[in-house]
Design a protein around this ligand. Structure first.
Ligand code: F6R
Length: 260
């Protein structure tokens, strides 16, 4: 794991933006795995900036989102489809046919999940997967005790996650209990995993993910087995890491060719 600690979420997201830009410059047909939630919003602003100000071209890029609520149509205000359009795709030139987000209202759920997996393989696999982390350590919507070998499937959200995500829903409207999510096994096949965590509320989960035991009780700890997992944190999210000074030392001594 590479732990990148920046003073603020803005600075961390700028590093992330450079990593994504470098990948697309090097491989214009890159396949990106994307996440929703509050965390990647600043990264998405950076990507839009790269596109509008530096001419970064997304016309050959393909994307796959991690997850979607079961029962919400693509145009529901809280659907991840809508979220992605409003926060990223409306501002970029990714062709619509290259954008993949699980369908929250599939005719046959199991078949839809299997087809989603096949589409990722057909696209050449994920070059880079953007990730956030839940306060209970979930990745995508792989809640504690999810199998490390799991693939795209339906999951029931933990009550904590339902509470955490209530803020995205109007008062009186319930967060769906079920989601379609890529599995931990799916995520682990991405060539690079780029996880962002910002704020004190993520500090415990981050410390367990990076420095704790690998356990299905902390799904994100599976990234300890990933050969290229980069964890971008602000100071608050890094505040419970025992070896924070070491990670900063490593980052500030990166050889020039390895810098972002
Ligand atoms: C979203 C996702 C989730 C979030 C996580 C953190 O697509 O897969 O794992 O990344 O719940 O959410 P935020 O960023 O809102 O704290």
């Amino acid at each position: 794991m590479e732990i990148i600690i920046q003073k603020t979420a803005e600075e961390g997201s700028a590093v992330g933006g450079r990593i994504v830009a470098k990948l697309i410059q090097h491989k214009p047909t890159a396949v990106l795995g994307l996440a929703t939630g509050s965390t990647p919003l600043k990264l998405y602003r950076e990507m839009i900036k790269w596109h509008k100000e530096q001419g970064l071209d997304f016309s050959q890029v393909t994307t796959f989102n991690l997850d979607e609520y079961v029962g919400l149509s693509a145009d529901h205000y809280a659907s991840y489809s809508r979220f992605m359009n409003e926060n990223l795709f409306d501002e970029l030139n990714v062709p619509t046919q290259n954008i993949h987000i699980p369908n929250g209202l599939p005719e046959n759920l199991a078949e839809h999940c299997a087809a989603y997996e096949r589409e990722m393989v057909d696209a050449g696999g994920l070059d880079l997967q953007v990730l956030g982390i839940g306060s209970d350590g979930h990745l995508g919507f792989n809640e504690p005790t999810s199998s490390f070998a799991s693939r795209t499937r339906i999951k029931t959200l933990d009550q904590q996650t339902v509470e955490d995500n209530q803020r995205f829903f109007k008062e009186g409207e319930e967060v769906p209990r079920h989601v379609i999510t890529m599995g931990l096994g799916t995520i682990m096949e991405a060539r690079t995993c780029l996880l962002f965590a910002f704020g004190e509320g993520k500090a415990d989960a981050v410390a367990e993910m990076v420095e704790g035991s690998v356990s299905a009780m902390m799904p994100a700890s599976v990234l300890q087995f990933h050969r290229d997992a980069r964890i971008i944190l602000d100071e608050a999210a890094a505040s419970k890491l025992k070896k924070a000074d070491y990670y900063k030392w490593v980052y500030s001594n990166k050889p020039e060719w390895q810098q972002y």
